[in-house]
Design a protein around this ligand. Sequence first.
Ligand code: EPU
Length: 281
Amino acid sequence: MFKKVLVKELVSLKNSTSFKMGGKARYLVVANDEEDLKGALELSSGVGLPWVVLGGGTNLLLADGVLNYIFIRLGKGFVGVRALEGGLLEVGAGTPVERLVRLKPYEFSIFFGLPGTVGGGLKGNAGVRIGNRYVGLLDACERVRVMRRDGEVAWVEAEALPKGYRYSGIDGIILSAVFDPERLREFWGIIPQRPVVEPFPNAGCVFKNPSPEWSAGRLIDELGFKGVRRGDAMVSRLHANFILNVGDARFEDVMGLVEEIQDKAKRERGIDLELEIQVIR
Ligand code: EPU
């Protein structure tokens, strides 16, 4: 039934995430085209396990042990950039954001330093704050090609999405997107400063900022967490919204820190810190 799609079993995912931690995929599908993806979705309903797209793995915290999911990795068939008429670009979901940023003569420099793939970045509307405004990848987009949960493929207009800070409203698997550099005209030439380059594996900012005025990093810093450690998981001394894997961190170590930080933020400041990273357990 699932002949067309190559399925691997019990594959370690440790090196598939920037955190360099976590267990094994019950199933892993490397998809190179839409048919492969449909096969993965069929497998998912056939065996009754949910699916997860790995993306660049830069925003993922995986539990240890066997993870009962169909993990989907977008292969080479989803990587690449194609020029369309009118100065538009169609970019495959598996393309690193960095490749888009470096693409000449286009002006995507505002997204300099964003890790991961275009698909993952669009899913979470990754972006930067410029003054009072949040500029996400979706702001540079005209439309996004999405495979819905039932396997149907459709173009979704970016304008129609309820997008916001670290939120896209896109449901399904992102296949590609059409970018229009003109949409970013007012930001051409701006290269945001990368906040920190950590020497240890991590998944970027762990929590969303509680409000546009409030940095979760600043809050966690003020609560005294810099350098606090559980096992091999440690709150960064450079930016307190980063948790580092300083050796062989366990999922429980990271979650222990996460919960400790959330409890203290609630108790002492009345602030609910919401996770930005995706936790798979
Ligand atoms: N700050 C502290 N202590 C800290 C961290 C920050 O006092 O430990 C202060 C800084 O000195 C600064 C303020 O807090 O005055 C804001 O810090 P920053 O400029 O680093 O911005 P942020 O709001 O903490 C956001 C994004 C980052 C992104 C930076 C720069 C979120 C959750 N984080 O951080 O994104 O790199 O702006 O654009 O929105 C990520 O998504 O993985 C990420 C790191």
